[in-house]
Design a protein around this ligand. Structure first.
Ligand code: MEV
Length: 475
């Protein structure tokens, strides 16, 4: 059964809330409180939505509508489920996270190429259509992840992910769920009445944001903390803080934090305290003492991603150019470092009538999701020989027990990884029992069918499959 799961992170506003709605920059970080959307095939043409964690299903529904319009496609026969590691009440941005995850899941499920920048623009449109207001910073956090400077009109303008690595935050929930839309509208009204005063506050906030970016780049957390406190003072002037938030901010600073402020719209939700590692516990305890709830949230987390079914810790065999074993490294390392040449196997299966069998990789594979490739392909794991690996992979992927014939061993460099490939061939007419987790489907192709599909762009074939099919002179 076709199934795609996508996870998108929540966010915390570090500096610049409210001003960002009016075109000033802000600094935002993605947190490890995530929302997951799974799309699977429904038994009939209906769209079924099971979304217990999101406030309402309008964001999921609007995502479908905008996706259909943008990509000129009719979405039918899917079941959408959501799952979340955070409660919607903290103000971590569950609506934007669900929108981003939903749109990404749709693009993967229906095999449409949507870049992160396109995803951001589309998701922001959906969020604006549903809730009417918002700068889109939360949408950007869900798409790109990390920490960055954001501008409503230009999107993510400067990435601060690397620079933010040493930043230590304590996050406290005030116990009150804020209504962001209402507060943003109240600030808008205030701006109409006291235009000069509010504009002045916004431009001071901008100066703090600019200075904050410099502090992050210099890892000057103490100075950044002081800017947090100044930002809080301006938010109090804007009348968006509450007594409870004020108390949490004050106690955090007394307990040794470099500085603290509310995070987000205000009126409730969360506050953040910037601390040195030695004060984390004292600050957390102080916040609890005035009635705050500590929320475990890691900052600077990755953006939207398709969940993979591959075990990233599995150990692969690293070899030199003569195929001599050097060491063992994880699947993750091998797929993120091209210098780690690792042993792999592949199998070309031919029908007795000469057609070649290809498999369409599942969308949850960590490399080449949705591509067509050789009938079997896999890695040799620690302790295995090439021959053992191909027999295991063939059984796991196609559910058959053929005896493959070794063809050749050669090194092959992909854009993201380098393999020492042992290629095998076999003649087998079926039946096959493909692994539902790894393979979407398998199909025999004549030379002509394959050439036509490639010529008209009807299939994406992995470079390795193309190389091997040429090697055996099928193409
Ligand atoms: C809310 O989390 C932050 C605001 O600046 C609104 C927004 O940017 O969409 C108040």
């Amino acid at each position: 059964m076709k199934k795609v799961s996508v996870t998108a992170p929540g966010k915390l506003m570090l500096m610049g809330e409210h001003a960002v709605v009016y075109g000033y920059p802000c600094i935002v970080t993605a947190v490890n409180q995530c929302l997951k959307v799974t799309i699977s095939e429904n038994k009939d043409e209906r769209i079924e939505i099971v979304a217990p964690q999101v406030k309402d299903t309008r964001f999921v529904e609007a995502s479908i509508k905008y996706f259909e319009e943008k990509l000129d496609i009719k979405v039918t026969g899917i079941c959408v489920t959501t799952d979340s590691t955070f409660s919607g009440i903290f103000g971590f941005g569950s609506s934007s996270a669900v929108t981003v995850a939903m749109l990404k899941a749709l693009s993967v499920y229906f095999e449409r190429d949507v870049s992160n920048d396109e995803l951001f623009l589309l998701a922001y449109k959906v969020v604006l259509a549903v809730q009417g207001v918002g700068s889109g910073f939360d949408v950007a956090a869900a798409v790109y992840g990390g920490t960055f400077v954001y501008d409503k009109d230009q999107g993510r303008i400067r990435d601060l992910t690397d620079a933010s690595k040493g930043m230590q935050l304590v996050v406290g929930y005030s116990g009150v769920k804020a209504n962001t839309v209402k507060i943003v509208q109240e600030v808008a009204k205030q701006k109409e009445v006291e235009h000069e005063k509010i504009t002045q506050i916004f431009s001071e906030i901008k100066q703090l944001v600019d200075a904050g970016e410099k502090c992050i780049c210099a890892s000057d957390w103490q100075a950044l903390g002081a800017l947090f406190s100044k930002n809080q003072y301006l938010l109090v002037q804007l009348s968006v803080s509450t007594q409870k938030l004020d108390a949490m901010v004050a106690t955090a600073t007394h307990a040794g934090a470099y500085g603290a402020k509310l995070s987000g719209a205000g009126g409730g939700d969360c506050m953040i305290a910037l601390t040195g590692a030695e004060h984390v516990l004292t600050v957390a305890k102080a916040i609890e003492k005035v009635g705050g709830e500590i929320v475990q949230a890691k900052t600077n987390c990755p953006g939207v991603r398709v969940e993979t079914t591959d075990d990233q810790k599995e150990l692969f065999i690293i070899v030199d150019k003569d195929d001599k074993i050097l060491e063992y490294r994880s699947r993750y390392d091998c797929h993120h470092d091209k210098s780690l040449m690792h042993r792999s196997v592949s199998l070309l299966v031919f029908h007795t009538d000469g057609r070649v069998l290809l498999q369409k990789r599942s969308m949850t594979k960590d490399t080449h999701p949705g591509y067509w490739t050789t009938a079997v392909g896999g890695h040799v794991t620690k302790g295995e020989t090439y021959d053992q690996a191909i027999v295991r992979e063939t059984r796991e992927e196609l559910g058959i027990g053929v005896i493959p014939v070794k063809h050749s061993v050669f090194s092959y460099a992909y854009p993201i990884e380098t393999e020492m490939e042992c290629m095998y061939t076999a003649v087998y007419d079926g039946p096959f029992h493909p692994s539902a987790e790894e393979i979407e489907r398998v199909e025999f192709f004549t030379k002509k069918q394959l050439e036509d599909a490639l010529k008209h762009g009807h299939m994406q074939l992995t470079e390795l499959a193309l190389y091997e099919l040429r090697k055996v002179k099928f193409l």
